[in-house]
Each structure stands twice: as C-alpha cells, then as structure tokens.
Design a protein around this ligand. Structure first.
Ligand code: TK8
Length: 340
C-alpha cells in the first residue's frame, strides 16, 4: 500500500529530528539566563537581529540557553553596557563600534571617514582577517568579540540648512559619537563637534542645544529624529558596524558546545540582520521624506572635496590604529573593488 506523501515525509523527518534532539541532549549545555542589551528601539534591524539571535540560541540549545533582550538602553548607555559585560553583570552587549574605541583603539579603524564605498567592502573587511584581528583584541579587556552586525552608512541631519557642498557644515554644532575620529572629522569640516552618548541625543536636538547629528537612515527613523531635525543630506561619510560582545567572565564559564552555539547564532543572526537592514533602507528613506524631512544628495565633486579636507584625519589615525592594519584594510578593499 502506497504511503501518502505526508507519511513518507514524516517517516523521513522523524529520524532527523530524533538525531537533532539527541545531538542537543548530548551537547554539554546547561540551563542559563542571558541578559542582552542594546541601544535602539526593538523595531530597528538591530532589535530584529537580537530577536533572531535569541531564537537561534534557544533552538540550538534545546531551550536551555534563554536570552532576554533589553532594547533602547534599558540596561544603560552603550559605554555602561560595555563595562557591565566586563564586570560580569550583563552577559551580552551590542554597542556601535565608536564607543568601543576607548576600550580597544584599533576599533577607530571603522570610524575612518569614507573608508568603505559600499556594504560589500564593509562585509569583506569586517568578516575577514582584519575584522577578526580587531575583535580578538577585546579578549584582554574582559569581553569576547563574536561578530559584527550592521548599523550602516551614516548621513548628516540638521535644523539649519541642507548640506549641499563641503562648506555647508561650517559652524554647525554637530553631536558625534564618543570617538576621537568622529570629533576630529567634523571639526576638520569646520563644524563644532560635540561628543555625546546616544541616550542624550534626542533631547539635545529638541532643545536646539545641538544643530545636527549623523546616523544611518534606520537609526534616524527608529529614534524619531525626523521630529526634531528638518534637513537630511546623503553624506555617506562613514560606515558603522555594531559589535556583538560577551562578558569574558561569563564566557569562561561556558562549555565549548555553549560557546559554539553563541558564536554560530551570532553569525546566522548577522546575515539575517544585514539583509533586513539593506532591504529596509529605501523604504525608510521614503518614509522620512514623507514625514517631512528635506532630503538632498551631494554632488560627487563636493564629496571629493570633503574627502580631501579629511585626509589629515585619516593620516593621523592611521598612525594611532597601526599602519599595518590600515594597509591590510586598504588592500582588502582594493581586492573587492577589482572584483566589481
Ligand atoms: C545606538 C547607537 C547609535 C549610534 C550613535 O544604537 O550613537 O549615534 O549610531 O546606533 O549605537
């Protein structure tokens, strides 16, 4: 008697499921609660990535490793969450790379202006030997760097005027992330750069204490910065990754199986999160315009002028970051460009 397709499939899948369950049961995995904190609203691709991460960790651990996500700085600012992970009071933190520069100076590499022209170059460097080298420098600082997720290409917003040419930034009070590279970048363009935690940004713009700021479209949208900023100019002046890090005190208590579950889930959630981030970008920009932001592109000649004005900043930090690492990075970017 011919078994129905459904029964055939079930008879095939059952052994596979049993094998998987056996593998999970065989794995050295204990019941553990994991607090994961990040700095933006859950609806942002970072929040969606964190939800996918929690799901994957649960699946791979047979439900034993329970990740609880804390969005929108519920566990404190990004610098506070990094310290909390180092101190063992929070298991996982996902800050943008800029606040990590104060822990490991080589993260300033990713703050260099106009380093990447597109996501392909960024992925190749972040997911390659350079990205791993920089992540591994965190270990001596009490956290384990798992992988990089996407914050994205950053653009300038302000309440005064469109940035249509290099000189238009002059005199604006611009909030920057707490990274010396960003401070020097905007000061070199003639702005008055003010480093500030993301937790204080909205109020600083609302009260006009700051004229402007810079972030990817998805952050501007998720944090409703369009409500307190009129102009959005496509400077695309840098690409910011998020850094997924685990407290070393916690990590060292994990078995090799548990560590592998976190590492594999980070990479799988990364690919999901980046895809989402890139798919949403066009729609989000359209929505920001619909919500009243005055958007402008910047002519390539004016962007080239900005790059030129910023070369001294790149030269300065190339020394601080380390000539070898920067050379390796440019070589990798060149390799990717040749493939285009
Ligand atoms: C919050 C921050 C934000 C960053 C900033 O997630 O501070 O402007 O771009 O993404 O990390």
């Amino acid at each position: 008697m011919q078994l129905s397709l459904k029964h055939q499939l079930r008879s095939l899948m059952l052994p596979a499921l049993i094998l998987m369950a056996a593998a999970v049961n065989a794995a050295d995995v204990k019941e553990r609660a994991i607090k994961l904190g990040y700095g933006i609203a859950e609806e942002h691709p970072l929040g969606q990535g964190a939800n996918r991460f929690a799901q994957l960790v649960s699946q791979k651990s047979g439900g034993k490793l329970k990740v609880k996500n804390y969005p929108a700085n519920a566990l404190g600012s990004e610098s506070q969450m990094i310290s909390a992970a180092q101190g063992g009071v929070q298991e996982i933190a996902i800050p943008s790379s800029a606040p990590v520069v104060s822990v490991v100076k080589e993260f300033a590499l990713f703050d260099l202006p106009f380093l990447f022209a597109d996501e392909r170059e960024a992925d190749a460097v972040l997911d390659g030997p350079v990205g791993r080298q920089v992540l591994d420098k965190l270990t001596d600082k009490g956290v384990i760097g798992l992988c990089y997720w996407e914050n994205g290409f950053r653009n300038v917003t302000n309440s005064k005027r469109p940035i249509a040419k290099a000189g238009d930034i002059k005199g604006l009070k611009i909030r920057t992330m707490q990274s010396p590279v960003y401070i020097d970048t905007f000061n070199a363009l003639g702005a008055n750069a003010v480093p500030m935690s993301f937790t204080e940004l909205y109020t600083a713009l609302e009260t006009r204490a700051m004229d402007g700021q810079e972030n990817p479209y998805a952050i501007i949208h998720a944090n409703k910065i369009n409500e307190v900023q009129k102009y959005l100019s496509a400077t695309k002046h840098s690409y910011a990754p998020f850094v997924v890090m685990v407290g070393k005190k916690f990590w060292d208590r994990l078995s090799a199986d548990e560590q592998k579950i976190l590492q594999d889930s980070c990479v799988e959630a990364r690919d999901y999160q980046r895809k989402l981030s890139r798919e949403q970008n066009v729609k989000i920009l359209a929505d920001l315009k619909a919500k009243g932001m005055v958007f402008n592109e910047i002519p390539p000649a004016e962007l080239a002028k900005m790059r030129q004005e910023l070369q001294p900043v790149v030269d300065k930090y190339t020394k601080e970051i380390g000539e070898d690492l920067v050379k390796q990075t440019f070589a990798e970017i060149e390799r990717v460009r040749k493939q285009k």
